[in-house]
Design a protein around this ligand. Structure first.
Ligand code: 5AD
Ligand code: SF4
Length: 441
């Protein structure tokens, strides 16, 4: 059957969609890229904010109206449960975030409608990859036990579970043998690897509440795999920015000079209410500790504006923290109450126009700050992994430096263009807030 997967949401969803594609291809189905060619369309949904959920559910509704065989997977399915069929009465099947591995069986059975919310098929899905490409996502930890006040993720993705290290290492070895050069290790909170359950076996006793050395050990093991030139990971938490993590950055050049460290707010009052388990000062100390390794380390973040009770003063504290941390990039989100979370019990009292204003202020700050940070790189030479022709201008090539910054440069004339996954040295000649302009040496 010809099928297509549409993905909404974070990298975890991108990875889950890829696993479904791999399993469907292995079951004899054909992946197509145009919706009109597909007989079956699967929508992978997000529910972190209400708008995100509405987009995915709306998309599934449109497909059903167009007469496609339609499946919905991912976080919104888990949140809605059986109600998903009142929202989408003609939906063919719906599977939660830990049941995506069942999709080929559900399609083969052909008994619709069908709802799966359990964990059956999870481990099969976790290790399946589509062949090709120089980059791969590898899920090392599923679920989350942090329970931040605003976040629905623990409700929909379940308890935290770290995959055994030997399984992860074997998976990366297999990817390297297929030509993968960059892996991005994924989890809601990857530095908690090996905390909720032992990842390295009996020697690695679980350390509830703390941060074990299991993650730095994993970085070391993966750095030892031939062919893997870059190791990225996301997301991190300041409490996990330990001396052992810093040592892994220092010792293994494969570990990319980038850390995504969601801060959410710069106000201690709001951070405490969110249950983030760090103060503004502790967060800034973690950034300083990591940047001490390399001042060019790229630090990126997530911020929520308009959290219940966020005053102008709290907001200004977020603004000033963002300047002090000198974020290379940031993702700003307007607070959206999610049913069943702690903060949903509080009045959503920052008006939508004010959320929008705060959002715009932080975006403008980030433009200026991103440009300042990027300008410091002008004149340096970046090692860039080629992605392909630039989307805006096909005569240019585009790739990413170790800090995950986008670098664009003129392809030299008369020479064959470097292939995807090739490494090229590019001199940075100019800077934009989100892009570096280079010239080949
Ligand atoms: N409202 C707005 N943003 C949210 N995020 C998580 N939950 C919410 C919510 N209820 C943001 C956080 C997180 C990112 C993935 O989404 O900033 O880091
Ligand atoms: Fe987990 Fe907190 Fe991240 Fe939500 S914001 S996914 S609860 S660590």
């Amino acid at each position: 059957m010809k099928f297509l997967v549409h993905t909404y949401g974070c990298q975890m969803n991108v990875r889950d969609s890829e696993a479904v594609e791999a399993l469907m291809i292995a079951a004899g189905h054909e992946r197509v890229s145009r919706e009109e060619d597909a007989e079956l369309v699967i929508v992978n949904s997000c529910t972190v904010r209400q708008k995100a959920e509405e987009k995915a559910v709306g998309k599934a509704g449109n497909l059903i109206a167009a007469g496609k065989l339609t499946g919905l997977m991912g976080c919104a399915v888990k949140r809605l449960g059986a109600d998903v069929f009142s929202r989408l009465p003609k939906l063919d099947f719906a599977v939660g975030p830990r049941a995506a591995g069942l999709i080929p069986k559900i399609v083969a059975d052909g008994r619709f409608p069908r709802l799966e919310l359990g964990e059956e098929g999870m481990s099969e899905a976790l290790s399946s990859h589509v062949a090709g490409g120089a980059k791969a996502f590898v899920t090392i930890l599923v679920g989350c036990d942090n329970r931040c006040s605003y976040c629905i993720v623990p409700d929909v993705r379940g308890h935290e579970y770290s995959r055994p290290a030997r399984e992860v290492v074997a998976e990366v070895r297999a990817l390297a043998a297929r030509g993968v050069k960059e892996v991005c290790l994924l989890g809601q909170s990857v530095l908690r690897y090996g905390v909720a359950n032992a990842a390295w076996g009996a020697s690695d006793a679980p350390s509830p509440g703390g941060y074990s050395e299991a993650f730095p050990r994993l970085l070391e093991a993966i750095a030892g795999i031939g062919g893997i030139r870059r190791i990225r990971f996301t997301s991190a938490h300041p409490r996990g920015c330990t001396e052992e993590l810093a040592r892994a950055f220092r010792e293994f050049p494969q570990v990319c000079r980038h850390i995504h460290l969601p801060v959410q707010s710069g106000s201690d009052r709001i951070l405490a209410d969110m249950g983030r388990r760090y103060t503004r000062a502790e967060y800034l100390a973690a950034v300083a500790r990591m940047r001490a390794l390399d001042p060019a380390l790229s630090v990126t973040t997530d911020v929520i504006v308009g959290y219940p009770g966020e005053t102008e003063e709290d907001f200004e504290a977020t603004r000033s923290l963002m300047d002090e941390a000198g974020f290379d990039n940031s993702f700003i989100f307007k607070y959206s109450p999610r049913p069943g979370t702690r903060s949903a019990a509080k009045p959503d009292d920052v008006p939508p126009e004010e959320k929008e204003r705060r959002n715009q202020v932080l975006l403008a700050d980030q433009e200026r700050r991103g440009l300042e940070r990027n300008r410091r790189l002008v004149g340096t030479v970046a090692e860039v992994m080629v992605e392909g022709p630039s989307k805006r201008n096909a005569s240019r090539l585009s790739g990413r430096d170790g800090g995950n910054r986008i670098v664009v440069w003129e392809a030299p004339e008369g020479e064959p263009a470097p292939r995807e996954g090739a490494f090229v040295n590019v001199r940075i000649a100019d800077a934009h807030p989100q892009t570096l302009i280079g010239e080949v040496q």
